[in-house]
Design a protein around this ligand. Structure first.
Ligand code: SIN
Length: 486
């Protein structure tokens, strides 16, 4: 097997595959996928891709993103995403991707919470992520190595030379001139989440081991409308587009209680809706539902086919039946701190892009459907930067593979304890005392003799908790209550 490449891309979601799409064919590129290529968050994205619908909408898209981000965004990063977004979408369409259109062939834009206008493009109804993933996979001109888990970065003298991987029961190194990390977020750290099962914070943990800076790690986004009662690991998301197009949040008495919390009701920013659901249930003990009965049946089936069929398999007849909902972890806003070319200050020849990175576009609360756009825009910048700066002159260092045990007996029990601990302490509502207790427990677990994979989860959890403890006041997705409740 070949172990030396020009470019190595870790991750097969939108950021990884779109980087590959924009690299020249004469580059020797390998994409690494931890599992099947479609086990990534892109594949499960429902709502769509937010993009300015015309030139006049660009400043408005910037404004909505900054407002949702609660003053914590990097304005320049947002402006770049919103202004380069339309070209990224045009590129996609020109290369053959089909968004949903009306009978005349005009693009259909929908609305989601905290967007002041209809600017969400979608494909396959509510299967935007799946369609995009399929398209990028079909366009992929480079090989992909499946079932390959990155277990370390090969770094010497502040230069990255490649990655250490576990593949086919063996541990070995793969080298490259440029390494692109597009490995996604941290969903599996939480008991309830909407993420692919492969998204388990390994790379964040590896970054902690190498002293690579992670930023805004307290900013974890919870999606308000999730069918959390399913027994599957990945909980069924009920797209924000449902609320954008008329679905209501009600309690068991039929009360639309969201208006008690924010005058924008169902269309309030995601963190506001999640917190309102949490508080309403805490105060009243009442069950909460998503009511989609205002949709006409045939239209619902056509517009939201995945939700319709997935919920049918779970015993729901939509749009008639009410769907019990509660928030679940959805998206890691924080991540590896990068510049606008996805580079980090301390180590050369490595890029971090997509959900694993924090370039600053989401601030303290990501605006719905901005993440696929971020993935498209910033991965193209990665490809352009690699093309511009590529040199064959890099020396060929060889790293010895370390003896490492990835999983030990008892790790699964710890993993489940950690998932519950993160959900209870670093979840939708946080208390200082609970966070401190959780930190102590994580430190204790880190002292145990465990496999490397759970250690990486623990390191990432520790930094999330520490960041949450450092931020004393609530901001965006970080909601910390004054009084302590243990
Ligand atoms: C959704 O469809 O509600 C998810 C969109 C997103 O997370 O951006």
């Amino acid at each position: 097997m070949k172990l030396n490449y020009d470019v190595l891309i870790v991750g097969s979601g939108v950021a990884g595959l779109n980087t590959a799409m924009h690299l020249p064919e004469d580059k020797d590129v390998l994409v690494l996928s931890k599992d099947y290529a479609w086990e990534c968050n892109t594949f499960f994205a429902q709502g769509g891709i937010a993009v300015a619908s015309d030139k006049e909408d660009i400043p408005l898209h910037v404004k909505d993103t900054l407002n949702a981000g609660a003053g914590h965004c990097n304005k320049e990063a947002v402006e770049l995403m919103c202004s380069e977004g339309p070209k990224a979408i045009k590129d996609l369409i020109d290369s053959g991707f089909q968004f949903d259109t009306d009978e005349k062939g005009d693009l259909l834009y929908t609305k989601e919470a905290a967007h002041s206008t209809n600017r969400i493009l979608h494909a396959g109804g509510d299967a935007t992520g799946r369609e995009l993933h399929l398209f990028l996979m079909e366009s992929l001109k480079f090989p992909i190595l499946y079932n390959t888990q990155v277990i370390d970065l090969l770094i010497k003298d502040d230069i990255c030379y490649g990655v250490e991987v576990f593949h086919d029961d063996k541990i070995f190194n793969i080298y490259a001139k440029k390494i692109v990390i597009a490995s996604g977020g941290v969903g599996s750290l939480y008991e309830y989440h909407t993420n692919s099962r492969t998204i388990s914070a390994d790379i964040h943990g590896i970054c902690c081991e190498h002293g690579i800076e992670l930023k805004d790690m307290e900013m974890m986004q919870f999606h308000p409308t999730v069918f959390v009662q399913s027994t599957a690991v990945r909980k069924q998301l009920l797209s924000e587009a449902l609320r954008g197009e008329g679905a209501k949040v009600v309690d068991e008495d039929g009360k639309r209680f969201l208006f008690d919390y924010d005058e924008r009701g169902e269309l309030s920013p995601r963190n506001v809706v999640s917190e309102a659901l949490y508080e309403h249930r805490e105060k009243t003990g009442k069950a909460i539902y998503l009511d989609v009965s205002s949709f006409e049946t045939e239209h619902f089936k056509k517009r939201f086919p995945s939700i319709y069929f997935n919920m049918k398999n779970l015993g729901f007849n939509l749009p008639e039946d009410m769907i019990p909902i509660f928030p679940a972890f959805h998206y890691a806003i924080g991540g590896v701190k990068t510049n606008f070319d996805a580079k980090i200050e301390t180590i050369k020849d490595i890029y971090f892009v997509g959900e694993v990175a924090s370039v600053g576009v989401h601030g303290a609360n990501r605006l719905a459907s901005n993440s696929l756009l971020e993935g498209l825009v910033y991965s193209k910048r990665v490809a352009n930067d690699i093309t511009k700066t590529f040199t064959c002159k890099k020396s060929n260092l060889v790293f010895t593979c370390k003896e490492v045990t990835l999983v030990k007996d008892g790790d699964k029990t710890l993993k489940n304890e950690l998932r519950n601990l993160m959900w209870q302490s670093a979840g939708i509502v946080r208390y200082e005392e609970k966070l401190k207790k959780a930190l102590n427990r994580v430190e204790e677990m880190l002292e145990l003799s465990t496999g490397k994979l759970i250690r990486l989860r623990l390191l990432t959890s520790r930094i999330i908790i520490q960041s949450a403890l450092r931020r004393k006041k609530s901001l965006g997705a970080h909601y910390i209550r004054g009084e302590n409740k243990v």
